[in-house]
Design a protein around this ligand. Sequence first.
Ligand code: SAM
Length: 362
Amino acid sequence: MVLQDILDKTFLEREDILRLLDTQGDEYESLLRKALDVKLLHLDNHVHLRGLIELSNICRKSCLYCGVRGGNTKVTRYAISEDDAVACAQLAQRLGYGSVAIQSGERDDAEFIDKITRIIQRIKEIDNGSLGITLSLGEQSEATYRRWFEAGAHRYLLRIESSDEELYYRIHPHDARHDFHRRLDCIDTLIGLGYQTGTGVMVGLPFQTLEILAGDLLFFRDKDVAMVGMGPYIPHPDTPLYAFADQIPSSEERVKMTLRMIAILRLMMPEINMVAATAMQTLDPFGREKAIIAGANVIMPNLTPNEFREEYLIYPDKACVSDKPDECFSCLDLRMKGIGHDILYNAWGDSPAFLKKHPRES
Ligand code: SAM
């Protein structure tokens, strides 16, 4: 089939997706252009911000790709205090970010759950609840997810990492703590509880095929998620998966494949929120801009106090580790204007896809 005919379809089938994942040269450019047109039509040129607070690198898991995996003894472990986390959120409010995203290594003990609950409640007290709260705190029980939702969090990001069970177990230990089906169940639980639920995958993993990537995109559509975060895999030398670093595509190709994934998903799900991941910026100085032009509409500027950022290295050479939050602020605004986009300040920036389904919660 001619590429333009596929780009004009309202519903992409698996074979269309496979064809688009394999585009090169002019066809690749046409895909990205079409995705930008679709995004501008549905979401305008607006970019939403989530001030990122990397709360702690203490993690009970041992994901084979992650630099802060529990098994990595080279990491100095930290946990930001409750007061400091709230101070980060106050800064987000002053900078007009509209929302914060709290991310952390995974813990499910009572002390951690209580601390997160209090942080959410205190963030909600800032300026009469003006900040939206996204959580990215891994797999938790339904009771914990509910508690955090009732405390005021309304979005949750839990990447499936790969929707292909076989690949999932090649990048995670095959044990009770890294159970593929539990992760799937958690995503369903989050959706059922009413969170704006996001998921996503890493792109360019060893053993990952185009068929698997097409399956990931179909998975997002089947689950009808409200947000997706996809970024290139970046090998970390202190992790077991690094042994396969010579078997993955070049960083340039991993960036391009991530852009194809973002662009295709924008055609498939025109109104969801999609993140331009920091990992894009790490592999390409204009990676986040490229992701926005390919269809993403959310950026997560880092608000983590600089003293801790060096210890949240999930992959090496992470972008913006030494930037001060206010430098980030003006830099991002200029960067987005430079590509014809406007940051929407002081707004939660919820996904229209979600708001249409849950009108009373908007
Ligand atoms: N523990 C939470 C969870 O499991 O969802 C959140 C923290 S986890 C470090 C955040 C994300 O970092 C993961 O979902 C994963 O996709 C990404 N990540 C970890 N290691 C990575 C790597 N080497 N390259 C690219 N992304 C990576």
